[in-house]
Design a protein around this ligand. Sequence first.
Ligand code: ADP
Ligand code: MG
Length: 558
Amino acid sequence: MEKKQFQAESKRLLDMMIHSIYTQKEIFLRELISNASDAIDKIYYLALTDSNLTFDKDSYYIQITADKENRTLTIRDTGIGMTQEEMENNLGVIAKSGSLAFKKENESKDGHDIIGQFGVGFYSAFMVADVVTVVSKSLTGGQAYKWESAGADGYTIEPWEKDAVGTEITLKIKANTEDESYDEFLEEYRLKAIIKKYSDFIRYPIKMNVTSRRPKEGSENEYEDFTEEQRVNSMVPIWRKNKNELTNEDYESFYNEKRYGFDKPLKHLHLHVDGAVVYQAILYIPENTPFDFYTKEYEKGLELYANGVLIMNKCGDLLPDHFSFVKGMVDSESLSLNISREMLQHDRQLKLIAKNIASKIKSALQSLLKDERENYEQFYKSFGRQLKFGVYNDYGANKEALQDLLLFTSSKEKKLVTLDEYVSRMPEEQKYIYYATGETNERIEKLPQTELVADKGYEILYFTDDIDEFAIKMLMAYKDKEFRSVSSGDLGIEEENKQEDEELAKANADLFDYMKSQLSGKVSNVRASKRLRSHPVCLTSQGEVSIEMEKILRAMPN
Ligand code: ADP
Ligand code: MG
């Protein structure tokens, strides 16, 4: 029998996995059960279109068997199975270089978490097993095969006996070492707990022999052990469950299991909507910015299920761009199963759901801002920029929805404030909402242009993000108060004294003319100013485009 080599990439990845995910060993079971469920799903999908196939729910299940004596754990499914070729292709090639590249990029961060949550799939079995044996018979008929591997140095495939279609994966569980115990993966109660934790909503029964104690028949104080096969998963998807039955942890493990992110979600929303449209959804506001969030590669979207069946991994139409950071899923009975991508675009139900979801997210963010300020600020650090883009895009079409969610650092205590907070403490005579633009708060503080406004005791918003001023231009005003840059020509504060101004201009006319000629082409005018306190000179702009915006516009590729 010929021994085949894993592909080079596979070898590297396998090594890396086996040696770096010890903290999360238990996830191997989640992976194998997910694969088993996928395999059954495949038959289910085929049966939808193939009239020769019937899908009788009772004959499809996943069975877990632990054999302590032989130290084996078997995961058997009645799914679609694999042909010899499929075994070679699917079990002999591990990850595409894309995953490897991703992991390399993230090597500096906590590698354990990233690999653990990024989906290690079938090969995670090698974290707990010395030898993995897969016996499978494909639905397409023909000979059954046995695939076997002891890890990085390759695998064997040979014809094998198996009557029923499906797959049986047997793990030879590792012996305990000085600092690692593997016995737990042969313990009923432990296996049961792992299944509950990760695979509770798998739609097919996960069966296992469970031993319990009962009083011996005809005896009062004698007990006996008896073993019976039980279904250990509840099968009901988490989103179909009642909110009251679920804990924060349940939502967090769903988030991890679904690989929505590598972080912990800041907030979740569980929606059961029963109105013009019927849907359930679990939505998450993540804590941290995904590494590709502000790049073109980032794809927004929610998982879309029709009646419990996943039809789209990332349905972008369900989320407006300004909420593209939201993760989660939607399940609706109102959508038809044979829905296609093109039809989705124009699906009225889908549009209604999307609209509904957007307003729920908005209120969730508002309540986060109101009730959990610290969490909101964390959220804003990660995704505030996206909200500002949202205000700016579509010519401010979303400004009503978003303006109250914006935060800016204010000169007052250098804290983040909402526009509402700013406006509500404006002195009566203050005409405008003042802002100053610069690279950092420290730099802005040193701007000569801020002096007069600060002297008046007015609060100044610090714009350090290049999108800030553009977004604010779209808002134009907040609660009837216009925004005004501290470097704009008219601050609405300078005390009017025409005569004095004219005298000053006349007395210095020669000097100003000389300066203008020296700076010709660079400035349009030179004049006396009353806004300076400790600085001799400052630049201001006239018209809508500020000096800072000009800089950004000029830096943009044409
Ligand atoms: P993923 O599940 O992300 O595709 P895995 O490494 O978990 O990656 O599995 C690789 C492939 O092996 C699967 O896509 C599937 O084609 C095949 N496979 C694994 N387990 C089974 C199984 N129990 N029945 C049928 N095919 C399987
Ligand atoms: Mg898998």
